[in-house]
Write a protein that binds this ligand. Structure first.
Ligand SMILES: Cc1cc2nc3c(=O)[nH]c(=O)nc-3n(C[C@H](O)[C@H](O)[C@H](O)COP(=O)(O)OP(=O)(O)OC[C@H]3O[C@@H](n4cnc5c(N)ncnc54)[C@H](O)[C@@H]3O)c2cc1C
Ligand code: SF4
Length: 485
């Protein structure tokens, strides 16, 4: 057994340099939100479990943006959609998956979305019955110690969002008991406060006997006849892993890597194309200092406009990322950068209607995706509401970074005008951190046509959900595990 960076990891073999063949009841591909949840409940029920993770055991990164991206993010954060807009696709690649670098916001599964799914296809009533989904969600709340952000951690960035949006916003629910407000969730919590799955579900699974192989990329699902019987993986060292599954192979590699790996393994996937929540942001300058005091990375949000496909949240990010949002040149830019600690940043996540496709590329998955004009309109409306709220909260200038709008907005009228800009491609920079769809599942969450090949991550969702998905993914993965216990 190889010594690892964190003592709680006892059943973890990182980057073996000898070839390994192993067998277990369940082989799980990916150790993020979905994989860790399945491992936790299957191991607790006495099933033997192997989890295989492409990334390494993580260490929190320093403040340097480059270090964060190159050590913890997949492809150093450089993968992006192919389409009329280029949208960076951000994902974690480490033990714990994206939960290690996420903002710790927990939002309950929206009932309206579940009803839409059932209206579309009655199978969801059987696969994800609402009462069972809600009790699974309750279990996850307890496992991750989810609680509202306390007032002392609202800080100025989130605090001003609460001020600007009034009773249409509230403090976020977070899985970070004992949070010290270092505002560094996206770098990995240096205080061990954030209950990412590497410090919650995975140690519990290992305590019940689950084994994790990390720094090992699964290359292929092995199929015999019409049954999945295991996977082939390769450690970064070059050594191989054959993991045989007595009951099922559970795919939990994310809504990009799961469909891609299935396609690479020769499985034809139909329909149910890729969706995401394209995110856009406004930044603004405040007279007072916004950063430097204790604040949870994402302390405030609004679910008020969900029916209009809009979700808002405050965004705490590394200084270099914030600097990238400051407009201007020469002396103006210099004077704004000198006040970088006075810059607030708030985001819009859109429940975009567009569908795309994850295809096999020469070096990895290629994601073809273009937001529709209506999606861009939704984002423009969101930016306009946020820009006005930022002025209401006391910002002296707001920077929307929208082509066709003034670089600096100082009046409510200018803020409202953002919503009327023609929704053409290339209007604003976007990023996608919430990824969905890609695989149609049948009974017991199995892939059509292949027995014992199960999907547990958000590739199984028939649509995006409009809110931060970690909690919903973990609640659904709980029901996946229960189906196999
Ligand atoms: C910057 C950022 C902030 C976010 N903030 C929030 C938030 O505050 N709240 C929230 O609810 N959501 C947030 N999210 C999204 C949330 O974290 C993800 O939706 C969730 O973690 C996805 O779960 P998953 O299990 O599908 O995938 P992941 O958690 O990404 O885990 C998949 C794992 O599979 C591994 N893997 C992939 N391919 C292979 C392979 N071939 N072999 C072996 N392993 C493989 C990956 O390396 C990865 O570790 C955020 C995302 C980002 C990028
Ligand atoms: S804000 Fe800081 S202390 Fe709190 S959970 Fe995030 S990284 Fe940890």
């Amino acid at each position: 057994m190889v010594e690892t960076t964190r003592t709680y990891i006892t059943m973890l073999i990182d980057n073996s340099n000898i070839d390994i063949t192993e067998e277990a009841d369940f082989v799980i591909v990916g150790s993020g939100a979905a994989g860790a949840t399945c491992a936790r409940w299957l191991a607790a029920a006495g099933r033997s479990v192997i989890v295989i993770e492409e990334g390494a055991p993580p260490k929190p990164a320093g403040g340097d943006a480059l270090e964060v991206m190159t050590t913890l993010f997949r492809d150093a954060g450089a993968s992006a959609t192919i389409g009329e807009d280029v949208i960076p696709l951000l994902q974690g690649k480490c033990v714990g998956g994206t939960t290690f670098i996420n903002g710790a916001i927990q939002v309950p599964f929206p009932e309206a979305v579940w009803q839409d799914w059932v209206k579309e296809d009655k199978k969801w009533e059987k696969l994800l019955p609402w009462n069972k989904l809600m009790s699974a969600q309750e279990r996850i709340y307890k496992e991750l110690s989810v609680a509202p952000t306390p007032p002392e951690l609202w800080g100025e960035n989130g605090g001003n969002l609460l001020k600007g949006l009034g009773d249409r916003a509230h403090p976020t629910l977070r899985n970070a008991p004992g949070c010290k407000g270092s505002g560094r969730c996206l770098q990995g919590c240096p205080n061990g406060a954030k209950q990412s799955v590497d410090v919650s579900m995975l140690p519990q699974a290992m305590a019940e006997g689950a084994i994790i192989y990390s720094s090992c990329e699964v290359k292929k699902v092995i199929i015999k006849g019409s049954k999945a019987v295991g996977v082939q993986g390769k450690f970064a060292s070059g050594a191989t892993l054959i993991a045989k599954a007595k009951q099922a192979v559970i795919m939990a590699a994310s809504a990009i890597q799961t469909p891609w790996l299935l396609k690479k393994s020769g499985i034809t996937l139909e329909g149910n194309g890729f969706q995401c929540h394209p995110g856009v942001a406004v930044a603004g300058l405040f007279p007072q200092k916004i950063h430097g005091m204790p604040e949870a990375t994402q302390s405030a949000e609004s679910l008020h406009w969900l029916s209009e496909r809009i979700k808002f949240e405050s965004l705490g990010m590394p200084r270099a990322f914030r600097a990238a949002r400051v407009p201007g040149s020469g002396k103006i830019l210099q004077s704004r950068l000198e006040k970088l600690d006075h810059v607030a940043c708030w985001g819009v996540a859109a429940k975009a209607e567009a569908r795309g496709k994850v295809a096999r590329g020469p070096f990895g998955p290629m994601v073809f995706y273009t937001p529709t004009a209506s999606d861009r309109q939704v984002m423009l409306k969101g930016l306009s509401i946020l820009a006005e709220a930022m002025l209401d909260a006391g910002a002296t200038e707001v920077w929307p970074a929208v082509y066709g709008s003034p670089e600096t907005i100082t009046t409510a009228q200018q803020a409202r005008a953002l919503a009327d800009i023609a929704p053409t491609p290339g209007l604003f920079p976007m990023a996608a951190t919430h990824l969905f769809c890609g695989v149609k599942v049948r009974d017991k969450f199995q892939v059509e046509g292949i027995d014992g090949l199960v999907v547990a991550d958000s590739s199984l969702f028939p649509s995006n959900i409009g809110v931060n998905p970690m909690l919903s993914i973990m609640a659904a993965a709980t029901l996946v595990a229960e189906n196999w216990i």
